[in-house]
Design a protein around this ligand. Structure first.
Ligand code: FMN
Length: 207
């Protein structure tokens, strides 16, 4: 499949925040940014996640396009339930997909580079399925809760309190502009932040 065809499935130039599903035996889901530039696509996976381990081992995964804030927030902090997954057969393996995504693209890894903290893989699209093309207007409550989830993962990693302030600002927008699903996702995120606060070392600066 050509990279240019990915536009049809919602993966366009720039960084697309998708939910990556991986793991043949135990399906796993996590939000990841796909970097598309100059007709090539990459992912950068930081060490320490299940996604990192699965992709390193299997060298394949699915990128699921969705605007559902609950799927994003739940898959950031814990795994989704088995009932959220279905399977796509690629050669002799089965790759997990998200049932309720707008589209899913199956990728295999090309060249992989490892650094001390992460791996970067050029990825090759093999096939894609489109489930739902309903248009959705930009909702600032949605973009803010996704932004807050990114800050939350950085807070968990660094313990830097500046991320808590950024999360507060995002939450203000979500509770003002979001629909019920965005607000429910924000409630989960705030609960998870309280949990993270209990075990982060606190006060460390980011690089
Ligand atoms: C919108 C969004 C984008 C993210 N992008 C990445 C990414 O590109 N690479 C990465 O390693 N982690 C990224 N993360 C963090 C992972 O999703 C997070 O570490 C997650 O807990 C990993 O889950 P897992 O252990 O089930 O794989 C992102 C998080 C969010 C909310």
């Amino acid at each position: 499949m050509e990279i240019s065809e990915l536009d049809k499935y919602g993966i366009c130039d720039g960084i697309s925040e998708i939910i990556l599903t991986s793991g043949i035996k135990n399906p796993n889901a996590a939000p990841i940014g796909l970097i598309r530039k100059d007709n090539r696509i990459f992912i950068r996976l930081y060490k320490g996640s299940t996604t990192y381990e699965n992709v390193k081992q299997d060298k394949n995964f699915a990128a699921n396009v969705t605007c559902d804030p609950l799927l994003f927030v739940k898959s950031t902090f814990s795994n989704l339930k088995n009932e959220n997954f279905k399977y796509y057969s690629l050669n002799s393996t089965k790759i997990p997909l998200l049932k309720n995504s707008a589209s899913s693209v199956i990728f295999i890894c090309g060249e992989i580079k490892h650094t001390e903290q992460a791996m970067t893989a050029e990825i090759i699209p093999m096939d894609a399925v489109a489930n739902d093309y309903r248009p959705k207007a930009i909702n600032r409550g949605l973009t803010a809760v996704i932004e807050a989830a990114v800050h939350a993962t950085r807070y968990e990693l660094t313990g830097d309190n500046k991320f808590l302030d950024l999360i507060d600002q995002c939450m203000e927008t979500t509770y003002k502009c979001g629909g019920q699903r965005e607000k429910d996702a924000a409630d989960i995120l705030l609960y998870e932040i309280d949990e993270i606060k209990k075990h982060v070392s606190g006060g460390k600066d980011t690089e």
